[in-house]
Design a binder for this molecule. Structure first.
Ligand code: GDP
Length: 294
């Protein structure tokens, strides 16, 4: 997945293993290489710096220099620190009783919000839930039709209304959700190409009007640090409960996956790993760390 990073980590570990006995200076040198690799992967600068400091401290604490297999010990330490950086695991979707549980999706245009709404609905059906979706992205012309088509594919009702009033659609959609006996309402909201006041105003108004039980930010992993910056800005304005990181299948670098939790404090709940509706996975930091280390 993040091939360049995997290769760099492996070459650092290899050079440590090859030394037989290693010194504190070798560890420091290795950390410089790791930091460079993380920055090349578009990891946030502060996150990369802190990560290397943590690994170095752990390496000294575990006396890597006295170990017979310093390379192996380092792999374990880096694995643990990567897991910590992206964790703890929090894939729980919290449901209210009585329902419906309202889940709002926010994010920039093109990040994969509409697709993710349908993926999430399909995932929730597999967990025994009865979701419906509300087409509240009234900005992008094709968004409503797209959600309706996706709804047909997975046999999920989609609430639509011909208006530009996003608050009205959200409220009426939730009314319909209650009438229809659905237990989850997934709300697809409008994005823009960049964060602007109008978009933030609209999503805040919708959030205030329907007080979602959970708000997830959908972020495109392929835009790296820009995804992290947008997550931070959304998080300052909305009470985010978590992040859904999309397009990881096309992300060769890994910067967003590695930085977003550390920067926003909000967990990655799910990852999107393809365009098809079953290409959503719960996010497990330990598994991601193992994938990165190859
Ligand atoms: P929205 O503007 O945020 O609603 O974005 P869309 O849901 O329309 O998605 C934009 C594009 O990204 C579409 O072509 C989707 O098929 C694609 N997409 C969404 N999620 C993923 C993913 O996890 N992987 C890949 N490869 N493509 C995705």
């Amino acid at each position: 997945m993040f091939d360049a990073l995997t290769q760099k980590f492996n070459s650092v570990f290899k050079s440590l293993s090859g030394k037989g006995k290693i010194t504190e200076a070798n560890v420091k040198e290795a950390m410089r290489e790791v930091r460079k690799a993380l920055l090349e992967a578009d990891v946030n600068y502060k996150v990369a710096k802190q990560f290397c400091k943590d690994v170095q401290e752990a390496a000294m604490g575990q006396e890597v220099v006295k170990s017979l297999h310093p390379g192996q010990v380092m792999v374990k330490i880096v694995n643990d620190e990567l897991t910590k950086l992206m964790g703890p695991v929090d894939t729980q979707v919290y449901f209210v009783s009585p329902g419906p549980t309202i889940i709002m999706l926010a994010g920039l245009q093109g990040c994969g919000k509409t697709t993710t709404a349908a993926k999430l609905a399909k995932y929730l059906i597999s967990k025994g839930k009865k979701p419906m979706m509300i087409a509240d992205d009234l900005q992008r012309p094709a968004a409503i039709d797209q959600l309706v088509t996706l709804g047909e594919q997975i046999d999920v009702e989609v609430y639509t209304e011909d208006t530009k009033d996003a608050v009205r659609v959200a409220k009426n959609g939730i009314k319909r959700c209650k009438q229809g006996g659905y237990d989850v309402a997934i709300l697809d909201t409008a994005g823009r190409l960049h964060i602007d006041e109008e978009m933030m105003g609209e999503v805040s108004d919708v959030a205030k009007a329907v007080t979602p039980h959970q708000i997830y930010l959908v972020c495109d992993a392929m835009i790296g640090q820009d995804a992290v910056t947008s997550a931070k800005e959304f998080n300052d304005r909305l009470e985010l409960d978590g992040v859904i990181l999309t397009k990881l299948d096309g992300d060769a670098r890994g910067g967003a996956a590695l930085s977003v939790k550390a920067v926003t404090g909000k967990p990655i709940k799910f990852i999107g790993v393809g365009e098809k509706l079953d290409k959503i996975e719960e996010f497990h930091p330990d598994r991601m760390a193992s994938r990165i280390l190859g």
